[in-house]
Design a protein around this ligand. Structure first.
Ligand SMILES: *Cc1c(COP(=O)(O)O)cnc(C)c1O
Length: 397
């Protein structure tokens, strides 16, 4: 249980009460301030606000908004971070975190196993502006040490990779990065803010797609970046407020309400994911069951140190290849075929033909994305119903 630095509250209390800003009406549920602008009483007040805006003083929703600020304060409190900045999507958050830190000539070291759009930002955007990128096998601590140079400015990684669920030792990578003064940026979606303490492990900047577990009910896109107040307000905010990646107040409200139940949902999903992974291990129709807290996981020891529990996603490799994987997907009756994760509904994805279709066969092989691999995001349905559904679909294969 994480204790708040100031109030001594535990996680669940903070998820419900942190960041609340009440209007003069004293509403119980957080208000949606669906407004782009704010009225000033006098010309002098407008001048003052543009010169030195106070914490609770807003100018324009691209810069900040009371509902968005409530969400930023709540997630920062959960993470034990000094501050946060909410964005229109997870990719706006990743793009902002990286672009705000880098300039032409800088060197970046990144894990190779990345979400497709993160890879695009590094390979197709940053590289175009003269940023040099070295990719490494994220699970190989020696490879990080060898790749990090005195001029390395940023180290980027996804703490748990998609879809093969490799776990990166954030502490070892951060130690190597900090030795040369590099900033460690961690995309922490799969680890969830409930099970991972990336900042405590050494990360400087943590990014979430709030589209996933934080909304958790498949409604809105969103993202957030957390870190020191200095980084968030002096480096990130100027970049984001001028380039327009702001989160909408409506989406911030959905995220705030999502956070109230985040711990409950993630715990239930994790309990079911753990039970299902354990029950399926050893099934002859599966050549691999990948789940970070199974003893058979290649980075099991690292996973135990990085996360309190194994998370909400598991991957299965159907021994019969793509044909078996497709028959399995098509036979499922509760688990739906889609590509989100962290949702209340259990969702299954065949990465080789969807999310990772763009990669060459060699690239997929290198990342362990075999034709039989499926990624299963466990929702909040009854665990026995889910296991029965998965078993009947395996029988249909
Ligand atoms: C979904 C996801 C993103 C992108 O988030 P969006 O909200 O879809 O923009 C980035 N990184 C990881 C690991 C993700 O799962």
């Amino acid at each position: 249980m994480r204790k708040a630095d100031t109030k001594g509250w535990n996680t669940r209390t903070r998820l419900v009460h942190e960041g609340v800003r009440r209007s003069q009406y004293g509403e119980v549920s957080e208000a949606i301030f669906l407004t782009q602008g704010f009225v000033y009483d006098t010309a002098e007040q407008a001048q003052q606000r543009f010169e030195t805006p106070g914490d609770d003083e807003f100018i324009y929703a691209r810069y900040g908004n009371p509902t968005v600020r409530m969400f930023e304060d709540r997630i920062a409190a959960l993470e034990g971070a000094e501050d946060g900045f909410a964005t229109a999507s997870g990719m706006a958050a990743v793009n902002g975190a990286l672009m705000s830190l880098l300039k032409a000539g800088d060197h970046v070291v990144s894990a190779r196993a990345l979400f497709g759009s993160c890879l695009y930002i590094l390979e197709n955007v940053l590289a175009r502006f003269g940023v040099e990128i070295t990719f490494v096998d994220g699970t190989d601590n020696d490879a990080w040490v060898a790749a990090i140079r005195p001029d390395t400015r940023v180290v980027f990684l996804e703490s748990i990779s998609n879809p093969t669920l490799e776990v990166i030792d954030i502490k070892a990578v951060s130690d190597a990065a900090h030795a040369v003064g590099a900033t460690v940026v961690v995309d922490n979606v799969f680890a969830t803010p409930i099970w991972s303490r990336a900042l405590e492990m050494g990360a400087d900047v943590v990014v979430y797609s709030t589209t996933k577990h934080i909304d958790g009910q498949g409604r809105c896109l969103g993202g957030v970046v957390v870190g020191t107040r200095d980084y968030i307000r002096k480096t990130l905010e100027p970049y984001l407020k001028h380039t327009g990646g702001a989160m909408s107040p409506f989406n911030a409200w959905v995220m705030l309400k999502g956070m109230e139940t985040l711990d409950l949902r993630v715990r239930a999903m994790t309990t079911a994911a753990t039970a299902i992974a354990t029950a399926l291990e050893g099934d002859a129709r599966l050549s691999r069951v990948i789940f970070p807290h199974l003893a058979s996981h290649p980075q099991h020891e690292v996973a135990k140190r990085m996360m309190d529990k194994g998370g909400t996603v598991l991957s299965l490799d159907l021994a019969g290849g793509q044909g078996a994987a497709f028959r399995f997907l098509n036979a499922l009756q509760i688990v739906t075929i889609s590509n989100n994760l962290g949702d209340a509904k259990s969702i299954i994805t065949h990465p080789a033909t969807t999310t990772h279709q763009r990669l060459s066969e060699e690239q997929r092989a290198e990342l362990g994305i075999t034709p039989g691999l499926v990624r299963l995001s466990i929702g909040i349905e009854d665990q026995d119903d889910l296991l029965a559904d998965i078993r009947q679909a395996l029988d249909a294969v």
